[in-house]
Design a protein around this ligand. Structure first.
Ligand SMILES: [Zn+2]
Length: 178
């Protein structure tokens, strides 16, 4: 069972990575798409995620629910700059702003995760729903949050083609964050 889940988890990570790669490339971030989430293959993340693998939701959440914490997540968010939590600094009046390329990678990641876990029932407004319910409460720079708010709202309203391109991302980031 464990070994089967290990392989299923690896397959899911590759599926997720390929989706993020497609999204990132459309936004002109080929390299970010290529190296996305490589730490998921480290022993700290891989074995925990295989143990708590479910397929329809993140094993990190399952582990957290069952044991009270996820070491895989602590390892992951400390190394991956596309996570809002990476940019959290203790006792700052204003949290650090997430740089452009990671902010775009973050959106590509959340979009891919929403697609993966929703399967056939995915619709563009689900990414916005997920962002508002879970992502938005992360302590982050207000400009980073405002950028995410706008992009997910535009995704829900105008669809994927509208947001997944370099011109839109650059313009929106410059307008809100700079
Ligand atoms: Zn990640």
């Amino acid at each position: 069972m464990y070994l089967a889940n290990l392989f299923k988890h690896i397959a899911l990570v590759f599926r997720h990575k390929s989706l993020v790669f497609v999204h990132c490339t459309k936004c002109g971030l080929f390299w970010r798409g290529l190296v996305h989430d490589t730490s998921k293959f480290s022993r700290e993340e891989l074995f925990e995620s295989a143990k708590y693998f479910k397929g329809y939701r993140s094993p990190i959440g399952v582990c957290r629910q069952e044991t009270g914490m996820s070491r895989a997540w602590l390892h992951h968010k400390g190394r991956n700059k596309h996570h809002l939590e990476y940019w959290y600094d203790f006792d700052c009046e204003i949290q650090p702003l997430m740089p452009y390329k990671y902010a775009v990678e973050c959106i590509c990641d959340k979009l891919a995760a929403t697609k993966t876990y929703n399967g056939k029932s995915y619709t563009p407004d689900k990414a916005l729903w997920h962002w508002e319910k879970y992502g938005r409460r992360t302590p982050a720079n207000p400009k980073t949050l405002a950028f995410m708010d706008r992009v997910f709202a535009d995704l829900a309203e105008h669809g994927e083609k509208f947001i997944l391109n370099k011109k839109y991302m650059k313009k929106t980031y410059e307008e809100i964050c700079l």
